[in-house]
Design a protein. Structure first.
Length: 397
């Protein structure tokens, strides 16, 4: 059976319902004649015990909105009731007031109540021993412990449990937020990686296509041989770009078969320095005179370094084709602890070439930084120089 919304936990209606229930229970005990417990004055009318009972029930209704006022009102009510002789109903309601003060009040309240109830219990037991002259007088402290100390200890236990549960919920929420932040960062890093790969794949081939298509359209009187050569370069770059795009999409869709059964011998050129000759040949076929120099021995390059170096060379040659003077110098230096790639080309004498968005330099720099390498690009000695030093984690012998 579901409770109505106004009786849900933590609502004002629930507090008022609890106060009304306490009042009804107290009135039942009043009707059974459970007052006074200690008859100080037998001539007192029983109706004098009703105002303290009502005040204690009002204190229960204030337990959440004003915990300190609730405790003060309940304490005043039970004190007045005890001065009249004491009634069971008011004392029982006051135990609820003590419990609520420990659960909903500030921390100082339950600490103070714990000290007071312990002291009162000990004083009651000591007073009983002094009055009776025997250890059986300890029983005088039992009513104080049952009506004061036990509700306080119960309230403290419930409060600590709730505080611990709240701390666990906060920790779980924080963990969820951190997990979501990590997920977003991972997604952002993956998107950036894919953007770099797409730029390197598309820009290289489409730049060659655009340059040769512009040449065919802008130069009048080309003979059939020259047109066929330009169209052949356009077709080769188009096919190679589509093949590399297809390869990238296949990698994103499914993991690569380690057995190599799915390798296509007619597929795209693998992105590694071992295929640098084919990359240079395509650049030369597109109209860029490339001079290559190599020093050192390529021994066991890490996969990330191999891919990054290839993409940096590819992007640099593409930029030289678009913006340079039709020639470029490529130097690959295999050193004991790093791989150094240098590409230089003449600075253009004036505006020209195929316009770009500048994402190539950003992508090359990001590739180098991700590998803890160094990257520089800019004018140097009247030429444009791109230089990347990528650590290979190999130590000198």
């Amino acid at each position: 059976m579901r409770l109505p919304p106004w009786l849900a936990s933590g609502t004002r209606g629930r507090d008022l319902a609890l106060a009304a229930t306490a009042l009804v229970g107290g009135l039942v005990l009043f009707g059974l004649g459970t007052q006074p417990q200690l008859s100080w004055r037998s001539t007192l009318p029983d109706t004098l015990f009703l105002p303290p009972l009502v005040a204690a029930c009002v204190a229960v209704g204030l337990r959440r909105v004003a915990s300190r006022a609730s405790l003060a009102l309940g304490t005043a009510a039970v004190t007045a009731d005890l001065l009249l002789g004491g009634s069971l109903g008011t004392v029982l309601v006051y135990t609820q007031v003590l419990y609520d003060a420990c659960v909903y009040g500030p921390p100082r309240t339950w600490r103070w109540l714990l000290r007071v109830t312990v002291v009162l219990s000990v004083l009651g037991a000591a007073l009983g021993v002094l009055l009776l002259g025997t250890w059986r007088g300890v029983g005088f402290g039992t009513p104080v412990a049952l009506a004061g100390l036990v509700p306080v200890l119960t309230g403290i236990s419930v409060r600590q449990y709730r505080d611990q549960a709240a701390a666990e919920r906060a920790r779980a929420e924080q963990t969820a937020r951190l997990a979501e932040l990590d997920r977003r960062q991972a997604v952002g890093a993956e998107r950036a990686r894919m953007a770099r790969e797409l730029h390197d794949v598309i820009a290289n081939h489409l730049s060659a296509v655009a340059i040769h298509a512009t040449a065919v359209l802008s130069v009048p009187g080309l003979d059939r041989t020259q047109v066929d050569a330009a169209l052949r370069v356009i077709r080769e770059n188009s096919v190679q770009g589509l093949a590399e795009m297809r390869q990238m999409i296949g990698v994103l869709r499914a993991p690569t078969d380690p057995s190599g059964a799915d390798d296509d011998p007619d597929g795209p050129v693998p992105a590694r320095l071992g295929e640098l000759d084919r990359l240079v040949e395509r650049a030369r076929a597109a109209g860029l005179a490339v001079r290559v120099s190599t020093s050192g021995e390529p021994e066991g390059l890490p996969v990330g370094v191999d891919l990054a170096a290839y993409r940096i060379v590819q992007e640099s040659l593409t930029n030289a084709l678009k913006h340079g003077g039709g020639e470029a110098d490529l130097a690959i230096a295999y050193r004991p602890a790093e791989l150094v790639v240098t590409v230089e080309n003449p600075l253009p004498a004036g505006p020209g070439g195929v316009p770009g968005a500048g994402a190539g330099l950003i992508g090359m720099r990001e590739r180098a930084v991700l590998l803890d390498g160094r990257f520089t690009a800019g004018p140097h000695g009247g030429r444009w120089r791109v230089r990347a030093a990528l650590p290979t984690a190999r130590q000198a012998p």
